[in-house]
Design a protein around this ligand. Structure first.
Ligand code: CTP
Ligand code: CA
Length: 227
């Protein structure tokens, strides 16, 4: 095999990444989910590993393969993802890329819900899921660097800025996921890096390149922190 001889600025760094959607069961055969292929999160996990990091990926249900060189845990629901992430703390950095379902049904049915003539559709009682990023951003074992994503279809920068504070994140990677953009499920992405330092606009590029550049940025930020 060819040896990867690039410098390893993230050697000795433990980094948690979340990726993919979560599935929230309605009954044994149905679920609520977000659109997410896991491509961007998995690419970020792989890019961080290539820079030498000890990467722990917590992935929701995806059809893509586990990234090479990355210790991957598979979960289904937001609560399972939250529990997995908490168990992985402490870490030097956390990068929350998962498209976590904001709501779940209060009680999922143990048996398949049947259509009953004349009764109409079931009324699903929804409750809010835990915010995994905010939990990590305000955790007593908070990683040095906390990175989140903001999937927006409008007022992208304003919403991303608001998420910085609300979630206790250092960086929010804002991407416009309006259907015209083709980001969801596609191979390309156009992001803005929102932090206290300001806003950096990156040109449209492949998700792998976004991952590469973000891993570089994370390495740079962690360099200023003692191991
Ligand atoms: N996130 C999370 N847990 C949740 C919801 C979101 O960890 N329950 C994380 C995502 O992984 C992402 C960031 O929070 O890094 C922003 O997710 P997003 O869906 O854009 O924001 P929300 O806070 O859920 O707000 P809204 O969906 O209303 O825009
Ligand atoms: Ca959300």
């Amino acid at each position: 095999a060819m040896l990867d001889e690039r410098p390893k600025p993230l050697a000795g760094r433990r980094i948690i990444v979340t990726s993919g959607p979560t599935h929230e069961p309605i009954d044994p055969v149905r679920y609520i989910a977000n659109r997410s292929s896991g491509k961007q999160g998995h690419a970020i996990a792989a890019a961080l590993a290539r820079l030498g990091a000890d990467v722990r990926l917590v992935s929701g249900p995806v059809t893509i393969a586990d990234p090479t060189g990355v210790d991957t845990l598979h979960v289904e629901t937001a609560r399972e993802m939250r529990d997995a992430v908490e168990k992985l703390l402490p870490a030097d950095a956390a990068v929350m890329v998962a498209a976590v379902a904001d709501w779940r049904t209060e009680n999922s049915a143990g048996e398949k819900i049947k259509k009953v003539a004349g009764e109409g559709p079931p009324a699903l009682q929804m409750v809010e899921n835990p915010d995994i990023l905010a939990g990590v951003g305000h955790h007593r074992k908070r990683p040095w660097l906390v990175v989140g994503f903001a999937a927006e279809t409008q007022s992208v920068v304003e919403n991303a800025k608001a998420k910085l504070g609300k979630k206790g994140a250092d960086i929010i990677v804002a991407n416009d996921v309006s259907p015209e953009g083709g980001v969801m499920g596609g191979d390309r992405n156009r992001v803005r890096i929102v932090s206290k330092a300001g806003i950096e606009e990156w040109p449209e590029m492949g998700k792998d390149e976004v991952a590469e550049r973000l891993a570089g940025l994370i390495a740079e930020r962690l360099q200023t922190i003692e191991v």
